[in-house]
Ligand binder design. Structure first.
Ligand code: 5GP
Length: 189
């Protein structure tokens, strides 16, 4: 039997593209050789978000202390808040032979690409920009100001999609997740 290859998998795409929905389906369908990296953030929790499951919700001071202590594999300031990947968690899981999926935005993805050249990089794009805007507005989780910031970031992210190994268009979620599973199996088995 071929050995499983533990990989760092970067999963990036503009806000509103449906990353969360895709990952909920992906983790239902995938084997137990991959784990989700729970990030730390200074953003306030949305309704229903659980500390330690969706994010570790921490203060700006705590986040800056973690930066000083070199605890992040990568971090970025996105739409006015910090987001970062906990290095210790990732190192431990890879050492245990598990792949780790990082759901992170573009600046962080570019940092990991530079520092971890073996990482598998996947970009999720919407069918159209208009559709992205509709989805972002439709979920009613952000203020208009935050939506504008996220749409500005989305332009920048879409302009960098060609830096990723794979681009998946998320039109129908099941189809997009089929492609994600195909990539995962190809890269880790
Ligand atoms: P949201 O506020 O919608 O949960 O996330 C905003 C953006 O931050 C998303 O694009 C998400 O992928 C990204 N993000 C979440 N965690 C991290 C992280 O640890 N590092 C970086 N660089 N981006 C993250």
């Amino acid at each position: 039997m071929k050995k499983n290859k533990a990989k760092l998998i970067i999963f990036t795409g503009p806000s509103g593209v449906g990353k969360g929905t895709m990952l909920a389906d992906f983790f239902k369908r995938v084997d137990n050789k991959i784990v989700y990296s729970v990030s730390s953030t200074t953003r306030a929790p949305r309704d229903g978000e659980i500390n330690g499951m969706h994010y570790f919700f921490i203060s700006k001071e705590e986040f800056e202390q973690m930066i000083n202590d070199n605890q992040f594999l990568e971090y970025a300031c996105y739409s006015g808040n910090y987001y970062g990947t906990n290095k210790k968690f990732v190192d431990e899981k890879i050492a245990q032979g598990k792949s780790v999926l990082l759901e992170i935005e573009l600046q962080g993805a570019l940092q990991v690409m530079e520092n971890c050249p073996d990482a598998v990089t996947i970009f999720i794009k919407p069918p159209t920009f208009e559709e992205l805007e509709n989805r972002l507005r439709g979920r009613h989780t952000e203020t208009e100001e935050a939506i504008q910031k996220r749409l500005a970031a989305a332009h920048e992210e879409l302009n960098n999609a060609n830096k990723f190994h794979y681009i998946i268009e998320n039109d129908k979620v099941e189809v997009a997740v089929d492609k994600l599973l195909e990539i995962y199996n190809k890269e880790t088995k």
